[in-house]
Design a protein around this ligand. Sequence first.
Ligand code: CTP
Length: 404
Amino acid sequence: MSILTGKKILLGVSGSIAAYKAADLASKLTQADARVDVILTGAAKHFVSPLTFQSLTGRKAYTDADLWRSEAHVLHVGLGHSADLLVIAPCTANTLAKLAHGQSNDLLSITALAAQCPVMVAPAMDVGMYEHPATQENVRILRERGIYVAGPAEGRMASGLVGRGRMLEPAELLGHIRVVLGRATGALAGRKVVVTAGGTQEAIDPVRFITNRSSGRQGYAVAQAALDAGADVTLISTPTALAYPVGANVISVRSAQEMLEAVLQESAGADALIMAAAVADFRPRNVAGNKLKKRDGIPQIQLEAAPDILASVASLNSGASRPQFVIGFAAESRDLLANAAEKMASKKLDMIVANDISATDAGFDVAQNRVTLLTPDGNVEKLSLRSKFAVAEAIIVKLVGLWE
Ligand code: CTP
């Protein structure tokens, strides 16, 4: 399950060489269990055929020829009315211009004018065309009208020129589609959620640090689930091997101290703070200014307490500076529920996600997790082993419940 499951996506493809990437996007959406209807403009058909899309989506791909068939008078209205989202990718300068000025002389532009759903466009054109004042003005008009403009990116174009005008890659477009769908229908639309992820790095010298086994996966999954629910998400992350969730405002930090500062800054006035990061409890008391050399012998590293971020947040007065809801994680290897409940009380949390790290099939560094969600009213919800994304979705559902 994801926000794409069962969603009706209308994919408009206009005439750019990037049309071949639209086939990949149609495939990715279909694999995510969305229902994808495709409309190709006349120019798009020169680059890629309707059959390509039909084969990938298992559904008819429409062209202008369908405008003149017996059901034509209801087709564009039907497509535009039943969709959850109209995505035009690639969107050429010509299609942008038509959308901006309400022109409707082919199936795609008529459908766009009749559409009742949110609209997202992914511009793709040569750099000069994108930078042209006419195109810039059209983009501005569309944005002002609430149309979501994804990209374009900088890079090398088919023409050999380098600049802004490349269509975003399908994986990135998929992330933007999730953002638009989330904002349109999500339970957290309009809410600001701050998520921390990864294991902090506590420096010993300029090249060495102490860290832990956290991969960041659970925190990134929470950020994605919050985006799917429509939230404005700030992700405060240590370096990880993971791709940033599209649409999140990402702040990179390393140490517990840096994370503390970012959390205090970002969570002031936020609706929720979810501390999924594995923050160091101890850090080297002295950080060597230069690399420690072997020839100087084995160093003695003295540790001191690192700042406890949740405790600092708990000590803030409720009101403008404290997030409305604070959720913590408890990584425990014994007495899971008792220790988690104790942590929830001492850190004044609104929910704690208790994580049994003694199990080998769940927790640190693996794709799945088995957690129990506890709230201060004594409610205990034990979740079966599931993907970290499914755990994240359950956390977000429970967070939404806190407002009810
Ligand atoms: N946490 C924090 N600052 C720290 C350590 C942990 O904000 N310096 C947060 C974690 O992000 C997590 C929660 O506190 O949400 C619990 O972390 P955990 O390591 O399980 O607990 P500790 O407070 O370190 O307690 P203990 O040493 O008893 O396990």
